[in-house]
Design a protein around this ligand. Structure first.
Ligand code: PLP
Length: 459
């Protein structure tokens, strides 16, 4: 048995090493259809088992043509990071160690690594070191964590004990959002019992930033417990809300300020971009991702809450009267995250931060933005391409004339296999969305990809 396991892991590791080595030259198109994938991977429930080595071989063969090139430096779709080598290896260790990181007792090192990486993340992102942290699956669950704390916190201030009395019958919560918020904010609000009718939607400006003109007046009207949701990094344009203006208005009325910084909050880690998140330290809760710009493998997100008490009260499995802060003692993650049993998610983020260091993370973020500006220069004004956003970060939006033509250019680029990017809608119009979020993207990748885009625009 022991021999079989080492052979299995050696073969898998050899395959993985080859896969990673090929990333820089691979064809980026998806060649397998859904029917082919179902045909190759499907079949009746296996009655008898198969040797593990064979299972892995069959899985690799079955997935052929259906694995998208997301970790490649020529993947510019959605907002998707790659995988830093140190994080990839740490991810293997995470499964090898198989810790249940919900409880300190079941994984002491996992808990301490999250404590260390949590502190590093706060420093990198310019957050108060007194804030609490939680390692979750992504920004959506980070929203849910922060908003659950927000809900409990604002109701507590209104004299309502949420944990005892529940949401039914509580004072209705009002949530102020921008028109160009990310869709996951709405879904996370629904998870915590806040529906779309409870939202006050402020208009957005041409770049997608919340227009804060009416915010003070909106907040001054009525006395409902209020949560304001700001955004650092619009998923299309990369634009940033003015956090200082929003924090001024929120603080004036004691509203809770939550921020969606899925990728944009990483501007804080780069000296030349830090001004974009000015005021970030004034929020009450923050949600961001590790699997986007930090280039940690899926799934990795981080939530932070300025006041640890409502965070813990919202997430803890313990009865409220048992909740002592446990000064200096170890932390059971199940008191801070939505999960009870959970993966030891801290190892991959820890490895990424150690591998790059503060300067390396700043360089990675700044390099992605430089590549985005390079894309914009290479494309804008050529063969009908027009960049329609201010390229302030890593996002570039391009039209090629009418919607049908823009959609066709996106499709042709996807089929070319040179790079992969997707379409989106911006001000009701089809756009090509280029997101540079991968540590391994080179200038040559950008130039080859821009050539392929222009070739697709010409034909
Ligand atoms: C990706 C993204 C999210 C959702 O993050 P997940 O990690 O996919 O859950 C939320 N907000 C913004 C701005 C995003 O770009």
């Amino acid at each position: 048995m022991a021999e079989d396991v080492s052979d299995l892991l050696a073969q898998t590791s050899a395959y993985a090493a080859q896969y990673v080595a090929d990333l820089s030259k691979r064809d980026m198109s998806i060649t397998a259809s859904v029917d082919e994938l179902r045909d190759r991977l499907g079949g009746p429930l296996p009655v008898r088992g198969t040797a593990a080595v064979q299972v892995l071989r069959d899985l690799i063969a079955g997935a052929e043509g259906g694995i998208s090139g997301t970790p490649s430096g020529r993947f510019f779709g959605f907002v998707i990071g790659g995988v830093l080598p140190a994080s990839l290896a740490a991810d293997w260790l995470t499964s090898t160690w198989d810790q249940n990181a919900g409880l300190y007792a079941a994984g002491p090192a996992a808990s301490v690594v999250e404590e260390v990486a949590g502190a590093w993340l706060k420093e990198l992102l310019g957050l108060p070191d007194s804030a609490s942290y939680a390692f979750v699956t992504g920004c959506t669950m980070a929203h849910m964590t922060g908003l659950a704390a927000a809900r409990l916190g604002v109701l507590d201030r209104a004299g309502w004990d949420l944990n005892a009395r529940g949401l039914a019958g509580s004072p209705p919560i009002r949530v102020v959002v921008g028109a160009e918020r990310h869709v996951t904010l709405d879904v996370a609000l629904r998870y915590v019992g806040i529906g779309t009718d409870q939202l006050v939607v402020l208009p957005a400006d041409a770049q997608g930033r919340m227009d804060v003109t009416d915010l003070p007046a909106v907040l001054a009207s009525g006395d409902a417990p209020t949560i304001v949701c700001a955004q650092s990094g619009n998923v299309n344009s990369g634009a940033f809300d003015d956090l200082n203006a929003i924090a001024d208005a929120a603080q004036a009325v004691g509203a809770w300020l939550h921020v969606d910084g899925a990728f944009g909050m990483w501007a804080a880690a780069a000296p030349s971009l830090r001004h974009l998140v000015a005021g970030v330290e004034r929020c009450d809760s923050w949600a961001t991702d590790g699997h986007k710009w930090l280039n940690v493998p899926y799934d990795s997100g981080f939530a932070f809450v300025a006041q640890p008490a409502p965070h813990r009260q919202a997430m803890s499995v313990q009865a409220p009267y048992l909740m002592q802060s446990g000064e200096g003692g170890p932390r059971d993650e199940m008191d801070w995250t939505p999960e009870f049993s959970r993966r030891a998610r801290g190892f991959t983020a820890y490895a990424a931060i150690r591998a790059l260091g503060r300067d390396g993370i700043a360089a990675m973020v700044e390099q992605s933005c430089a590549h985005a500006r390079h894309f914009a220069e290479l494309l804008d004004g050529h063969h009908g391409a027009r960049v329609v956003n201010d390229v302030v970060l890593n996002q570039v939006l391009v039209t090629f004339g009418d919607d049908a033509h823009t959609d066709a250019v996106v499709k042709r680029v996807q089929e070319s296999g040179v790079c992969w990017l997707g379409g989106s809608k911006w001000h009701g119009q089809s756009v090509m969305r280029i997101s540079v979020s991968n540590w391994s993207t080179t200038t040559e990748d950008v130039e080859r990809s821009a050539d392929a885009i222009l070739a697709a625009a010409r034909s």
